[in-house]
Design a protein around this ligand. Structure first.
Ligand code: ADP
Ligand code: MG
Length: 699
């Protein structure tokens, strides 16, 4: 950092010790550098005002210029509410502060001019704006034309004069001092390729832009820089780890794989499956450690890919394990693998929390002796007592439920690390995948096995329930089976349970014995009872499965053709998509019916509309990302680490791509960063690499 920029903030004219302390505490601004990177979150076009008389026609926030007519503070409970009557030439509106209006009171003057920005709300025939942004003017003409930056503030900051305008003032003090002091870390060739402005110009224009075009260019430059550094970091980590970590060389494709492929494979592999197996084969045979993410939509056939890769490990004299997030899923994998391998001399075993102690001991022994080829299980696989003779590859299903720390437990069990294949059915948008897994290799199964028909999805309101029941009856008459799923929200487990039982009761009334048979499965049942009910349904002995989301990753029942999701508004998009993936597994047309009442939130409407519109898991996850933000999808801990100030992974997909391309280009051109033009970048990267933990690598 340059000298000027590292100056403590208290030395800036207009700050001083007391106000400096509040900037440090409340806004994390310690130095000139920090202040310079305290970016505005929006800009006001000073020349564009709304008339108060227009308010009834507008649904957007408004910007007004007018005068204060009167004001009063009204006691409401312990707090004081501030009410200001405000008018322009066309009408009148109330401005209201329920709290935090303290700094405003001393500035209020009858007849005084002010500029106001906020979202009006209607109360009876009157409009008011709660907590507007307000700026007081000396006179009607004080505001000049141009753009004004608006900064986040807070009550404590405001009390010391650091409302948005106050922050703008100290930044105006600072900007002249930074001229010629800002190092540009982007090399010239990238700036000229992409027509990016200099770092100094960007920083000046992000705070004091001359036009919206300059705001755009400043933002583009700064966002690009953030994402470019991130991508470089990911590429470098990949280089470092690739170089360091030698891997088991599983190069032989032998009898076991070949026998399975030519004699026991019940269907033709899809092209996507073939491609992915090839990618993985090349990787594990290269002598470099594999750390790969396998993405594929529900039903795309990941399990089979995993199996075939495990067979290669066995061909090379190693063992394999497969870890699932739930007992039900572990069971299912175990059964699937057993079934595929029943004609072969491969020993597959299952280890979960409910494996009996006596069996467990034997399992451990046989694992150590190498008698077990494939071990399937849950977290139980991570216990220290679980020791392999020679683990060649670990398959991890549904990675987002396993933390990195947990994965590394698997790792330590061996002297040479096993190859890692992480499978996820939640398709991660490309931008997000590149960013979060930039240092993992990614394989994608982007094709479903042939003969699958898209599930037809509809949204139905409570009022259409009788029709829905009739539809279910018709499907059952055709010999099909039906899922009816209720939401499960941990916080109100009891209530969920009651909902489920109520639903179950009304369903059994509508679909009575002996003509219809209804199963029920929920989280409060014992594992054996659950398994029994699941097995009954899977065997076609019951027609309807009433369940909570325990079936999300549950049994594979190709004959089931209807998925009814109750209170669908309560489910997240990826969950809805997973649930829908339970049907459409046979050759018949399948249906998904999303039930809600009429009053649901805008986000819920969007989620449901998306489900109705598309079956494409990637599209669905793009929408999910937009609705929830990357933090929620990937876990906040990881998104915090990214530390992006301006860039937004969902909105700036284009810039992410650009940054990725340029980062790759740079690494090709000058992998050691030895050119003069790349020195500043090298310095910055060194810092970044030291400051952030390596979070996606298993080490
Ligand atoms: P995923 O785990 O990706 O959701 P699965 O591995 O459970 O999907 O596969 C879904 C279903 O498709 C299984 O019944 C599986 O046997 C079947 N399947 C897998 N690959 C193929 C293929 N190439 N052709 C036909 N069916 C397949
Ligand atoms: Mg699966």
């Amino acid at each position: 950092m340059n000298n000027v920029l590292s100056t403590p903030i208290v030395y800036l004219k207009g700050v001083g010790p007391k106000r400096g302390e509040i900037l440090q505490k409340e806004a994390n601004i310690h130095t000139y550098y920090d202040l310079l990177h305290y970016y505005p979150f929006r800009y006001i076009d000073k020349s564009a005002y709304n008339n108060i008389s227009e308010i009834p026609q507008l649904t957007t926030p408004v910007q007004l210029k007018g005068q204060i007519i009167s004001y009063k503070q009204v006691k409401s409970g312990r707090a004081k509410r501030l009410e200001v009557k405000f008018e322009d030439a066309t009408g009148r509106v109330d401005l209201i502060w329920f709290k935090g209006g303290k700094w405003i009171v001393p500035k209020l003057k009858k007849g005084g001019w002010a500029k106001v920005y906020g979202r009006p709300k209607r109360y009876g025939s009157l409009y008011s704006i709660a907590h507007p942004e307000i700026e007081f003017l000396e006179n009607e003409n004080e505001d000049s034309l141009g753009l004004q930056a608006v900064y986040h503030s807070g009550e404590k900051l405001e009390n010391l004069g650091f409302h948005s305008k106050g922050i703008e003032r100290i930044i105006a003090q600072l900007l002249p001092q930074i001229k010629g002091q800002i190092d540009d870390i982007l090399p010239d060739w990238i700036k000229s390729d992409l027509n990016l402005i200099s770092r100094e110009d960007a920083l000046i224009n992000i705070h004091a832009p001359s036009s919206f075009e300059m705001v755009r260019r400043a933002q583009l430059r700064l966002k690009f820089e953030e994402l470019f550094i991130l991508q470089l970091e990911l590429l470098l980590r990949k280089e470092i780890t690739k170089k360091k970590i030698k891997g088991l060389k599983l190069e032989k494709v032998g009898d076991i794989f070949n026998e399975f492929y030519s004699q026991h494979l019940p269907f033709e592999l899809t092209n996507a499956q073939k491609r992915v197996i090839k990618e993985i084969r090349a990787d594990i045979g290269s002598g470099i450690h594999m750390n790969r993410l396998l993405q594929g939509d529900v039903g795309s056939g990941k399990t089979l890919v995993a199996l075939m890769v495990m067979l290669i490990a066995i061909d090379n004299g190693y063992q394999a394990c497969m870890m699932a997030p739930t007992e039900i899923l572990a069971n299912q994998h175990y059964n699937t693998l057993q079934d595929f391998l029943k004609k072969m001399d491969i020993r597959v075993e299952l280890l979960t929390g409910s494996t009996k102690k006596s069996e467990r001991k034997k399992l451990h022994e046989d694992l150590r002796s190498g008698a077990i080829h494939i071990l399937v299980g849950t977290h139980a696989l991570l216990e220290d007592v679980v020791q392999y003779k020679d683990l060649g590859i670990a398959i991890i299903d549904e990675q987002h439920r396993f933390g990195v720390a947990q994965r590394s437990r698997l790792w330590k069990k061996n002297t040479l690390p096993p190859h890692i294949l992480v499978m996820t059915a939640t398709p991660i948008p490309r931008t997000l995948a590149l960013t979060f897994y930039g240092d993992l290799d990614i394989s994608v199964i982007d094709e479903l096995p042939p003969g699958r028909k898209d599930v037809q999805t509809t949204h139905r309101f409570e009022s259409a329930r009788l029709n829905v029941f009739q539809f279910i009856e018709n499907e059952i008459a055709k010999g099909r089976q039906v899922y009816i799923v209720y939401p499960l929200i941990q916080e109100s487990e009891k209530l969920d349970y009651e909902n489920l039982l109520d639903g179950y009761e009304s369903i059994t009334r509508r679909f009575p014995l002996p003509k219809f048979k209804v199963s029920i499965v929920h989280g409060q049942m014992k594992a054996e009872a659950k398994d029994y009910e699941m097995a009954q349904f899977a065997a076609g002995k019951t027609d309807i499965m009433v369940a909570t989301t325990v079936i999300e990753v549950g049994v594979n029942v190709p004959n089931a053709s209807v998925m009814v999701i109750e209170s669908a508004q309560k489910f997240g998009l990826s969950q809805l998509h997973q649930l829908r993936g339970r049907v459409g597994r046979g050759a018949d047309q399948s249906y998904c019916i999303l039930m809600t009442n009429h009053k649901i939130s805008e986000d819920a409407k969007k989620r449901i509309a998306t489900m109705v519109e598309t079956n494409d898991g990637f599209k669905i996850s793009e929408v999910d990302l937009k609705l929830r933000g990357p933090g929620d999808i990937m876990g906040t801990q990881q998104s915090g680490i990214l530390n992006l100030k301006l860039a937004d992974l969902s909105r700036d997909a284009q810039i992410v791509k650009m940054a990725r391309l340029k980062a790759e280009e740079l690494m090709q051109k000058d992998p050691t960063f030895s050119e003069k033009d790349h020195q500043a970048l090298a310095k910055r990267l060194k810092k970044v690499l030291q400051s952030r933990p390596n979070w996606s690598r298993i080490s």
